[in-house]
Design a protein around this ligand. Structure first.
Ligand code: ADP
Ligand code: ADP
Length: 232
């Protein structure tokens, strides 16, 4: 059994029941894989990510299932806390006025002891080479820096899978490259499982283990970048 198994998933938004956003979609994800969901706007990438995150509730209109480590999303032990999510808009996810407070926010909510919190934040900031940004105001950061901050905040919660919805769509090419490099390092050095939606194939062709080409809520082809490119 794979780490994440998606079996024949069909999902309709309640206000849109004649056109399924996901249509009998199946996909398996092994631990440590870097998966890219690729396809045109409206093909269902965000819907799939939002279901994995439990942001939209699997009820009624949904058939098929999603299993995390063999457990359905409803069962205990598969809570959304295990899932980290970075959105497209860097602005959307920042809540605090200072970088340090932003990083501490989730850990404080978890009731982590101050010492451990400091250590974890220091380690993360060091890993990202962002020590110089720790005491900056969040509104002074560039889009790329904000997106790195969003990533760091999410990683501090130690998710078992990182979901990203076109995270570089609003970044300039340099920040975009830096952000992707960071994701690659997390995947390669720590074995973090990554599922990323992207509509620009050239951005991700060299980094993905598996590219899932979607259209109309379905998987068209899934395979390693070579297989997928040969098919296009
Ligand atoms: P993508 O992320 O690939 O652009 P989406 O998952 O956002 O695709 O959209 C898949 C389909 O679901 C599209 O037809 C879209 O119009 C529809 N959809 C997305 N969000 C909603 C929503 N909140 N309510 C109704 N339909 C939606
Ligand atoms: P993305 O392509 O990144 O999924 P979209 O631009 O498709 O983003 O959607 C942006 C927002 O609009 C999302 O919150 C989505 O749920 C909502 N949305 C998309 N399509 C529809 C739709 N047909 N009806 C209602 N809401 C929608």
């Amino acid at each position: 059994m794979a780490f994440i198994e998606i079996n024949n998933l069909t999902f309709n938004y309640p206000n849109n029941i004649n056109a399924p956003a996901l249509d009998e979609l199946s996909l398996s994800v092994e631990k440590g894989q870097f998966i890219v969901l690729f396809g045109p706007s409206g093909c269902g990438k965000s819907t799939l990510l939002r279901l994995l995150k439990k942001e939209i509730q699997p009820h009624g209109v949904l058939s098929g299932d999603i299993l995390f480590n063999g457990h359905t999303l409803d069962e205990e032990g598969s809570g959304s806390r295990e899932v980290g999510f970075v959105f497209q808009d860097p602005e959307n996810q920042v809540v605090a006025d200072q970088v340090l407070h932003e990083l501490a926010f989730g850990l404080e909510n978890q009731g982590l002891p101050t010492n451990e919190m400091r250590n974890r934040i220091a380690e993360m900031v060091h890993f990202m080479g962002a020590e110089h940004l720790l005491h900056r105001k969040t509104h002074e950061l560039s889009g790329g820096q904000k997106q790195q901050l969003n990533l760091a905040s999410v990683l501090l919660m130690q998710p078992s899978v990182l979901l990203l919805d076109e995270p570089t769509a609003q970044l300039d090419p340099v920040s975009s490259r830096e952000f992707l490099d960071m994701i690659v390092r997390l995947n390669e050095e720590f074995g973090l499982t990554v599922i990323m939606a992207e509509h620009r194939l050239e951005e991700v062709i060299s980094v993905a283990d598996k590219i899932v080409m979607m259209d109309n809520g379905r998987v068209q082809i899934a395979g390693n970048p070579k297989q997928v490119v040969n098919h296009i």
